[in-house]
Design a protein around this ligand. Sequence first.
Ligand SMILES: [Zn+2]
Length: 281
Amino acid sequence: MALCNLKSMLSKAQKEQYAVGNFDIFNIEMLKGVLDAAEETRSPVIIAYGEAFENLLPMESFARTVIDMAQRATVPVAVHLDHAVNFNLIVSAIHCGFTYVMIDDSDKPLEDNIEITQKVVEVCRALDVSVEAELGHVSGLGKLYQIDDHIYTDVQKAMYFVEQTQVDALAVSIGTVHGVPKEPPRLNLERLKEIHAAVSLPLVLHGGSGLSEQDFRNTIMNGICKVNIYTDLTLAAMGSIHNNAADTKLSYIKQCVMIAEAVKRETIRKMKLFGCCGKAD
Ligand SMILES: [Zn+2]
């Protein structure tokens, strides 16, 4: 069990119509909360790193710690580099032992996005590392891209992109945004259904914060096999900190344990919603 790439994980999810949770984390409390949740619910899980975390935790250190803990886990764990825009960073991630990377040039013209994705797939194939790419653009990473426009995934372009790149999973843009949306996202389920009918590979949902439980169920019924979660984990951690703010006798270590427990509860809630509990075995 333990460390694995994405392909086997998502092909089972696709066949049995559930989604695997992808949790972006940058510290031990978050890592412990997510892994404990996966063990307790017997869920496969994806632990992800983002370039924005570099100031808190260098990628090499993240990889050593997460890979070590993944190898000790009794459930399948994939270690993922989320939203990489830089080819050299992807090569470094592979060198560090990541089992799965996302190349995100979704803000670029189609042919440029295809070209860089092909290059990443070529390198990753040889090393048994899985690749995700994004088509259309899920907004909310404005700082990273200097744009904040939401661009829905086009069905014809999705077919062409998948055929040209042979990626393992495709992130689609169907109305969600990264972070906490100003108003509830309006999902374009029709578009998701059309993409699902047109391409056979597992689809990925980014920016799930603010979606209702029914929204999640609807997307998973229509081809979403992986859901990325970050903001809701940070909100759970912040909630724990705020709840304990008045307790001046609480030690720092106890505070950290309670944060890990809050992250674990939120992760289990998501895993139940995604239908992946018990799918590790
Ligand atoms: Zn994302």
